[in-house]
Structures are given as structure tokens and as C-alpha cells.
Ligand binder design. Structure first.
Ligand code: ATP
Length: 547
């Protein structure tokens, strides 16, 4: 599928618009249109229902190590600035960027290296590029003049271990890039030659803002770059105000903001987006089992809603790729059509975070063991930033054991999931038009649970009592679902419009309906039409959607 076709359908049919479009748009910001808002809401509702309110429906997925509880939160976007100091975001939530001295354009450093790798592969073949990187890698390992690192991501692509890759120095940048014809030739007209890029430097991705009228340094706050921290800082509140016992999970859906250096690929990398996150608290001894459970459960969720086959993969991180506090991380990735063949984009990360976050938000609880990479120690060996001073440990009422729970974090993006469902659903086939001629048909084969409109109701023609009968069915369905009524134009055209909107069922009232009280239900994907009694339509549609 060509991405341009989906992008154009999304605009034409009202799934997605560029934010502030009449003023030329704003890079990295997107608005969901009338169909898009329904689709995305259905994705979030399906997630909430399957993960939270119906989580113990074991018909969904057996295999949980023991029973567990789930609950939810809805926290603020702006939080106490200390939260981000203790979480590590204030110091370490950075990407490396480079500027082109000529065009003044700004690039993410890993994208520059990635683009080089992809382009060079196309030109010279993967084996030649791999050999060249390895050659340079060895040269640079021996180099006496170390400069900033090459981003590890591109090198992981070649199967180099991150630990080794991090030793590759800036010097190798020029060596790698100049080793094939010219950088410009491989990264495209938008890019620049190696010589005109500034050195990579850190850029913090958090959006700063100011609280109150004075606007001094003390009033500086940030828009949250993830929803997770709201859950950690409310851990005590949740335990004290509910009767949840470990193991339990707390879920949250909400906006997050990252000042991405190069937002791109439609909504995939936006500056404002929505996350669906769970922090699952468990005993350290059973945490590995829970990690495996959540990894498999989350993978199965995407499959059940229609992402299937080879485009969806689960990628376990290599030991070297893990954060210092994590004993396991897996990404659920999807082969988005805008990526080069064989490459995948992250939909969700599932991480075993140990007790890192709760410990970081306590005070004076940090010791040598809790590697001070994210919560830094000052020159006296004390945490650089003070924690909350609150006790975020947990006491088991049965065994009386007190411990800091371990956390498994399945962290998904609502926009990326929605985009993946759209990409997977886009199809073109051929179907007969009103005159019986075969025509190309565009459809969105969305799972009925997430389809924006569940059913459309049409009178075949605007006379003989058909509109009245159709409206009656429409009103009955409307009590339960988002449905659509349309009486304008040829019926074939009306079907086509619904196919493009991803509506799984069209119900048509025709001449026969008035005498035998039946209607046709047309299936979007198979084009099969069956006759159903008018009185049974609601039950029939309901059972198909929940099938
Ligand atoms: P990436 O490596 O693609 O930047 P990440 O590893 O930084 O992603 P996380 O911090 O793990 O992402 O965030 C969890 C989820 O939030 C991601 O899997 C993704 O679905 C979503 N997400 C993160 N950044 C963005 C963004 N800029 N635009 C849209 N969704 C995002």
C-alpha cells in the first residue's frame, strides 16, 4: 500500500487533518476529524475495556500467573517540576541533534545515520555496507582521538552489540559517511554533505511552560512527556484509597508532549500525542513471570483487533540495549508502509522496570545499588534531587513482608496504534457499480469493534415508505451504536462511501422490505448480502460486532 493513498483518504474522508491548517499547519500536530475521533476513541475504549474493566475475563487470555486487579487514574498534564528531576527526564530525556550549516535545517542524529545506512544499502547492498561499517568500527576502536558517539541505533541494525557500538566515536562519522560516494547521494536532496553538519548535541524533549503570573525560574514547569509518572506519584494514594492488593495494575490514557526534533511519518512521530500506559505492581520474585504475561497479552491484543501476519512483530531487547534498571524489555513493532522494507516502527514498549521509579520518588532511599544514572548523585554521594520523602513501599497484610514493588510497564501510543490499524485496513479491490461494471473499490477493512460507524442504513429509493422504515431501524440501532443514515444518490455510491469509511455493515430497505418486513445486510469485506427480519436487525448487528 502506498502511504500517500491512505494520507489522502484520511484527509478526504475526515479521519485526520493537519492542525491549524488554514494558517499553514503546525509541524508535528494533528487533528482527528469526524471519523478519526470515533476511530481513536474506539481504540482507547477497547484498550480500557480489555485491560482494565474486563481484565479478568480469562476467555480473553488465560495464562496470568495469579489473579490480579486493575484500576485507573486520570492525572494532570502539568505536574510538580520535581517529578521530572526524580524521574530522570530533566537531565536525560534528550535526543542528539545536528544542524546543517548550509540549509540551517535541523536533524535527529540517529536519523542522519539511519538515512545513510538505508541509502548506502540501496546503492551498495547490505553486505558491502556492513563490511564497511565493521571496517570503520575497527579503525575507530583503535583511534586515539575520541569524539561523540555514533548513535547506536543504526549500528544495531547490523547486529553490532550496543556496548561495542557505543565505543564508535565521532571520528568514524566522517569515515563512515565519506566511505561511500557522497552522503548527499544517499540521504536525498533534503540532506547535506557530511562536512556541513555540526557535531551532535543534546536536546531535551520536554516542553517547558510557566505556572502563574510571575514566570521566574521557580515557576518553570513542563508538559508531561509520558503519563507513567502520574501513576508512580499516586501509588500511595491508590493503595490507601482502594482495597487493591499486589499484584495490581494502574492504567491511564492521556496526552503526552515531546518536542521531537523531526516529527514525521504522519502521526507516527508527533509532538502532541496520546499514550495508553499501565504500571503493574508486583512482588520482585514473580516479576519475571508478569513481564512475560504482559508482553504476550499486549501482543495478542493487537492481533485480536486486526493486526496480524508478518507486519506485526515482538522484538525482545538484547541485554546490551536494556536500561540499567531493566531486566527485560520488548517492543511490539509494526512494518508501517512508510518505512523501508524490512524495518519496523515501535507501537508499544513493555518494560520490566524493577523498583527504579518508586525508589526514585522516595527520599534517601537511593543507595549504590540503584544505579545513579537517572537519579544522579551529588558530590557527597547523595541523590542530586531530593525525592518526595514519602514511603512508597508496600506491606503484604498476610506475610507482613514490606518491600518496594517491582513494576512491569506496557506503554502504548494511541495514535500509533490507530495509524497501524488504518494502514492494515486499507485495501483496494474491485466490485460491480450500479450498472454492474467492475470498478476499483477502496475500503478500510477495520475490525468492527474499532470501526467509526458500525452500520449505515439506506432506503433503496426515497419513496414508497422506504425512508420511514429505514429511519425506524436507524433510530433503534442508534440507541446502541454510532450509525449513519443516508438516502442521497445511487445506492452503489452510498455503499462505496461507507466502504471507504470502514463501516462493516450496510442495511438497505427495499421494495420487498415493505411487504415481508425484511432488509438486506451487506458485509463490507465479503460483499455478501443476507436478508434479515427487520425486528432482528439490532440483535444481528450486535452479535456480529461482538463476535
Ligand atoms: P521512539 O523510539 O519511537 O521515539 P520511545 O521508545 O521514545 O519511541 P516510549 O517513551 O517508550 O517511546 O513511549 C511509549 C509509546 O508512546 C511508544 O511506543 C509510542 O507508541 C508512543 N510515542 C512515543 N513518542 C511518540 C511520538 N512522538 N508520537 C506518537 N507516539 C509516540
Amino acid at each position: 500500500m502506498e502511504m500517500e493513498k491512505l494520507v489522502s483518504l484520511c484527509k478526504r474522508r475526515g479521519f485526520l487533518f493537519q492542525s491549524s491548517e488554514i494558517y499553514g499547519g503546525l509541524n508535528g500536530f494533528w487533528d482527528y476529524g469526524p471519523l478519526g475521533v470515533e476511530l481513536k476513541r474506539n481504540v482507547k475504549d477497547a484498550w480500557w475495556r480489555d485491560m482494565v474493566t474486563a481484565h479478568d475475563d480469562m476467555s480473553v487470555l488465560p495464562g496470568a500467573p495469579t489473579e490480579y486487579e486493575m484500576t485507573g487514574l486520570d492525572c494532570t498534564i502539568i505536574m510538580h517540576p520535581q517529578v521530572w528531576k526524580c524521574s530522570g527526564h530533566f537531565d536525560l530525556f534528550v535526543d542528539k541533534m545536528v544542524d546543517c550549516r548550509e540549509s540551517k535545517k535541523r536533524y535527529r542524529w540517529d536519523h542522519v545515520v539511519g538515512a545513510w545506512v538505508t541509502g548506502a544499502k540501496k546503492q551498495h547492498g547490505a553486505d558491502a555496507v556492513k563490511a564497511e561499517v565493521e571496517r570503520v568500527f575497527v579503525t575507530v576502536m583503535d583511534s586515539e582521538n575520541p569524539l561523540p558517539q555514533i548513535e547506536t541505533r543504526a549500528l544495531k541494525y547490523f547486529g553490532l552489540r550496543a556496548k561495542d557500538a557505543s565505543k564508535i566515536e565521532m571520528e568514524s562519522k566522517t569515515a563512515v559517511l565519506s566511505s561511500f560516494d557522497s552522503f548527499e547521494a544517499v540521504v536525498g536532496p533534503d540532506a547535506t554533505t557530511t562536512g556541513t553538519l555540526t557535531d551532535p548535541r543534546d536536546f531535551n524533549l520536554m516542553f517547558p511552560t510557566t505556572i502563574g503570573a510571575l514566570g521566574g525560574e521557580d515557576d518553570r514547569a513542563f508538559l508531561r512527556p509520558e503519563t507513567a509518572q502520574g501513576i508512580f506519584v499516586n501509588f500511595r494514594n491508590v493503595v490507601d484509597s482502594t482495597r487493591v492488593k499486589i499484584p495490581f495494575g494502574v492504567a491511564q490514557v492521556g496526552k503526552s508532549f515531546r518536542n521531537e526534533i523531526t516529527p514525521r511519518n504522519f502521526t507516527f512521530r508527533s509532538r502532541e500525542f496520546e499514550q495508553m500506559e499501565i504500571e503493574f505492581f508486583c512482588h520482585p520474585d514473580s516479576s519475571q513471570k508478569w513481564y512475560a504475561f504482559w508482553r504476550d497479552r499486549r501482543m495478542q491484543w493487537y492481533k485480536k483487533l486486526g493486526l496480524s501476519g508478518e507486519r506485526l512483530i515482538l522484538r525482545e531487547h538484547h541485554q546490551d540495549e536494556l536500561s540499567h534498571y531493566s531486566t527485560g524489555t520488548a517492543d511490539i513493532e509494526y512494518a508501517f508502509p512508510f518505512l523501508p522494507a524490512g524495518e519496523y516502527g515501535e507501537l508499544e514498549g513493555i518494560a520490566h522496570r524493577g523498583d527504579f521509579d518508586l525508589r526514585s520518588h522516595m527520599e534517601g532511599k537511593l543507595d549504590e545499588k540503584s544505579n545513579p544514572l537517572a537519579v544522579q548523585l551529588n558530590e557527597h554521594g547523595k541523590p542530586k534531587y531530593r525525592g518526595s520523602g514519602k514511603d512508597l513501599t508496600y506491606r503484604d497484610e498476610v506475610t507482613n513482608e514490606r518491600y518496594t514493588p517491582h513494576v512491569i510497564e506496557p506503554s502504548a501510543g494511541a495514535d500509533r496504534a490507530t495509524l497501524a490499524f488504518l494502514c492494515e485496513a486499507y485495501r483496494e479491490d474491485s466490485a460491480p457499480d450500479d450498472k454492474g461494471n467492475m470498478q476499483t473499490r477502496t475500503l478500510l477493512s477495520l475490525h468492527p469493534r474499532i470501526a467509526p460507524i458500525k452500520a449505515a442504513v439506506f432506503p433503496l429509493v426515497k419513496k414508497d415508505g422506504m425512508p420511514e422504515a429505514a429511519k425506524e431501524i436507524y433510530l433503534a440501532l442508534k440507541q446502541k451504536f454510532n450509525v449513519f443514515y443516508d438516502e442521497k444518490g445511487a445506492v452503489g455510491r452510498r455503499y462505496r462511501r461507507q466502504d471507504e469509511a470502514g463501516t462493516p455493515y450496510c442495511i438497505t430497505v427495499d421494495g420487498e422490505s415493505l411487504s415481508d418486513k425484511t432488509v438486506t445486510i451487506r458485509d463490507r469485506d465479503s460483499l455478501e448480502q443476507v436478508r434479515v427480519k427487520m425486528d432482528d436487525v439490532v440483535a444481528e448487528i450486535e452479535s456480529r460486532i461482538n463476535a
